[in-house]
Design a protein around this ligand. Structure first.
Ligand SMILES: *Cc1c(COP(=O)(O)O)cnc(C)c1O
Length: 374
């Protein structure tokens, strides 16, 4: 069995440090907003290169609380890519605002800046690009659009811990960014977790209140809020893992290079999502290939039958989800996103996958493609 992400092997390699960190929290007993949260927030802010990191309960909450703190509410519109995990759109819905979907770029699968411009109305407040699969969206183009139209940008960096755009760290380029520490992410907790990063002192203070029932001083509540804190136990785990993140991302890049080399000669049966010229550090949260022949689902089944944990990110686009139907108005036509939904396949990748497993994945992919041809 070769899983998409081998979280169990990662734990076994780190066990002594993780066990100590967890035990320290249990002995101290500071389970809510304890010392490990403060330490991790400082370390992650430094890692991203921003003034503030605020630990929250999930990546979805990170995005939701940022939008709230920016004053986004009913009647406002937030533009985001149709090609993303549905949480990006649900974070907008959580504020009572309208998620406005736009199509993505065929080569990089990230939000298409020209489509953003076309979607702007007098109600648009925020543009929320996603650094999808660990690759930055085209931030310079988006920042220029935002400047011209007086909009804020919020980065969905849930898949992009450690990625960089033209030398600038994902999570440091806009008003604020939301990170997820869902276990399968490049930096994953042992449960749910998330963080906001920002250079804006006012926004940071506001989000610190929002995550804790609108309070920073116990029993004093100046505004309404939520219970959305990063657990101290999760922060302790994350603090240990953060020191390994660059090494894991390095390994992900090496594995991606190996996959890219192997399938490079199999065109046009298979292509890979391209690394953009602006991507100075790809986090390779996922290594995504396209199988344009219509055989994708057969290839997925064949590989899964051989114990290869391939995935599809994402099989049903947001605008095709039943849950989204009441929110859709004119937004129905996203040809690139729909093409991708039918063609993409994610190969196993993580910091702990070994060379022999990568070779097996490549062999099994070749075999599955050949049998699909017959
Ligand atoms: C994982 C993810 C989220 C949500 O993060 P959670 O921690 O699971 O709430 C949001 N956006 C994208 C692009 C994601 O991949």
């Amino acid at each position: 069995m070769i899983p998409l992400v081998n979280v169990s092997r990662q734990y076994q390699r780190l066990a002594p440090d993780i066990d100590t960190a967890i035990k320290d929290v249990c002995v101290r007993g500071d389970f809510i907003l304890g010392r490990a949260v403060t330490h991790f927030e400082r370390a992650f802010a430094d890692y991203v290169g921003v003034r503030h990191c605020i630990g929250v309960a999930s990546g979805t909450d990170a995005l939701h609380l940022i939008l709230r703190a920016l004053g986004v509410g009913p009647g406002d519109e937030v533009i985001l890519p149709a090609n993303t995990f549905i949480a990006t759109a649900q974070a907008v819905w959580c504020c009572g605002a309208d998620p406005i979907l736009v199509d993505c770029d065929e080569q990089t699968a990230t939000i298409d800046p020209a489509a953003v411009t076309r979607a702007i109305t007098s109600r648009t407040k925020v543009v929320m690009p996603v650094h999808l699969y660990g690759q930055p969206a085209d931030m310079d183009a988006l920042l220029a659009i935002a400047r011209e139209h007086g909009l804020r940008i919020v980065e969905d960096a849930a898949q992009a811990h450690g990625a960089a755009y033209r030398g600038r760290s994902c999570g440091s380029m806009a008003a604020a960014a939301g990170f997820s520490f869902y276990p399968g992410k490049n930096l994953g907790a042992y449960g749910d977790g998330g963080a906001v990063t920002t250079n804006d002192d006012g926004l940071a203070g506001h989000i610190r209140e929002l995550r804790n029932w609108g309070s920073t001083v116990r029993y004093v509540h100046e505004r309404m809020g939520f219970n959305s804190r990063l657990d101290t136990l999760q922060a302790a785990v994350l603090g240990v893992k953060l020191t390994h993140l660059d090494a894991w991302n390095g390994r992900r890049n090496a594995v991606a290079a190996r996959y890219g080399e192997a399938i490079g000669s199999w065109r046009p049966a298979v292509t890979a999502i391209r690394q953009a010229s602006w991507t100075t550090r790809h986090a390779y949260h996922l290594f995504v290939i396209r199988i344009p022949s219509g055989d994708r689902d057969r290839v997925v089944r064949a590989m899964q039958a051989r114990g290869i944990g391939v995935g599809i990110h994402y099989p049903i686009a947001i605008h095709q989800q039943e849950a989204f139907r009441p929110l859709l108005r004119a937004q129905r036509d996203f040809p690139v996103t729909e093409r991708l939904a039918g063609e993409v396949l994610s190969l196993p990748i993580c910091g702990d996958i070994v060379d022999a497993e990568v070779a097996t994945v490549i062999d099994e992919l070749r075999r599955a493609l050949d049998s699909a041809d017959e």
